[in-house]
Design a protein around this ligand. Sequence first.
Ligand SMILES: Cc1cc2nc3c(=O)[nH]c(=O)nc-3n(C[C@H](O)[C@H](O)[C@H](O)COP(=O)(O)O)c2cc1C
Length: 383
Amino acid sequence: MAPTGLSRRQVLGAAGATLAVAATGVLSYRAYDGAVLDPGSGPAYAPWTAWRELPGPAGLVGAAVLAASPHNTQPWRFAVAADAIDVLADPARGTGSIDPFGRERDVGLGCALENLVLACAPQGLRPVVTLLPDGDGDRVAHVGLVPTAPGAEPLAGVIDRRHTHRGPYRPVPLEPSTLASLSGGEPSVVWIAEQGPREALGRLLVDAAEALVADEQQSIDNFAWFRATHDEEERHRDGLVLDGQGFGALELGVAKLLPPASRVDGDRFWVDRTRDVHTATAAAYGVITVPEDDDSRARRLEAGRLLQRIHLRATSLGVALQHMNQITERLDREATTGTVSDLGPRFAALLPTGARPLLTFRVGLPERPARPTPRRSFGDVLR
Ligand SMILES: Cc1cc2nc3c(=O)[nH]c(=O)nc-3n(C[C@H](O)[C@H](O)[C@H](O)COP(=O)(O)O)c2cc1C
């Protein structure tokens, strides 16, 4: 019996109110910690606007760090002089068993190099690029900067509007002429847009995602780059975040209020989204290939430059793009573990003979805009 004559209902009511207040406290904390009310805010997102204010070579580095990179690892450092910039790999920022040969890391460095080069003309600088000036090693490019009259570079204008778009795309096909204009007629891009091959590649991407999460080491290495809270985003200023998952505003708010997902739950979420959103709504896929007998680092860097240009052209045309590399991540993993599956032959059947897949992505017209993801500051990436 409740003391002081309070009824059970009153006690339960009071307890319920206490619980409600406690719950509100927890949710408010999550709301604050997850930046629910103001997504994409805070110092980790400042580089998306600050780069335009940075003068000369600093502005070029500010543009470079906004590039795509595998798992948002930002595997780069820059040595800046008045008349040149060196782009260097940061060996500490890898994804382990996801990228055992550093292929994706080199591609990400190529993406950053392309942003840097495109940002030169408006700054009144002409870039002179030497790839791998030491032959191999961490210095992947030397960019000489020659003063010239400032010029227009339309792709430089969308560097800060390019984001990987993991949300749903509208059920509208893209014209072959649109796809050709995205790749600039580059022969190393294979477009897969017809229904049959597109669905076959979609199934392959889902199967590869299933295989990746079933491989405990790959699952662990994947999860290591997830940043579950706003606090983690600000601490690391890198990695994969909820803002980058292509949610609508309400979905994003709810996802931020829920407790952070475990590795297993995160894996399941990714496989489900791959099946129900990514592949289900892709208008077409692009595959950047290299010759079967030339998988050199220079090729990967050039492929990264091309990938970044394609993404910037897509952005300027209002076309969304999502990188989807789980098939090649599995093929590299199979090569290191000595296992074999049907993923390689099934992918080869969709590509020209002798073409080796390096990068895969989907394109389409988005239902909603994509959001920016964190970046380390200019000071963090200087050597
Ligand atoms: C080489 C490379 C591989 C990538 N692979 C994937 C992928 O398999 N799946 C995916 O959703 N995003 C992938 N991404 C996109 C990155 O996760 C993304 O660039 C990074 O999180 C930064 O976000 P942003 O592109 O929106 O700036 C890849 C990017 C690069 C450069």
